[in-house]
Design a protein around this ligand. Structure first.
Ligand code: ZN
Length: 147
């Protein structure tokens, strides 16, 4: 089945765990004008680290959930990530997608270009598993910036 050209995928136990961590951390999002986003990364130490978006009244000072989650993993001594999950409320009517800045940041810390990005919507405190989409970082960012 396809949804906006992106193939939906069945998720395994580890992927579901990552999505549920992203869902849980979404509740902590600090939102002033936008909408809540939750993210989680599976780091090289095998643990899952959550993140949420944090906004500021000064536009540009805030941070997206994905970069917050990666920083959370870095804070615990990790240098590489193996998977990323991203969750948004279904009622925002937006497709859950990492922004361009986050795609570059994910690429910077990705263990390899094939790591999966799981994108899902949630409703009533649950992941809507029929909305889960999976793409590799290389597919979402085919031409990353590199020194
Ligand atoms: Zn972002």
């Amino acid at each position: 089945m396809t949804h906006q050209g992106i193939t939906m995928a069945k998720t395994n136990k580890k992927e579901n765990e990552l999505l549920n961590t992203a869902l849980k951390t979404m509740n902590n999002a600090y939102v002033l004008w936008g909408f809540k986003v939750g993210a989680a990364v599976l780091a090289e130490d095998g643990k899952t680290y959550g993140g949420c978006n944090v906004e500021s009244w000064v536009s540009g000072l805030g941070i997206c959930a994905e970069r917050c989650a990666i920083n959370h993993a870095i804070l615990h001594g990790n240098r590489k990530i193996k998977m990323v999950a991203l969750v948004m409320h279904a009622d925002t009517n937006k497709e859950p997608r990492p922004c361009g800045a986050c795609l570059q940041y994910i690429y910077d810390f990705a263990e390899n270009p094939k790591i999966k990005i799981l994108m899902a919507k949630a409703k009533n405190g649950r992941i809507l598993f029929e909305t889960v989409e999976v793409k590799s970082i290389k597919e979402l960012l085919p031409f990353p910036f590199r020194k």
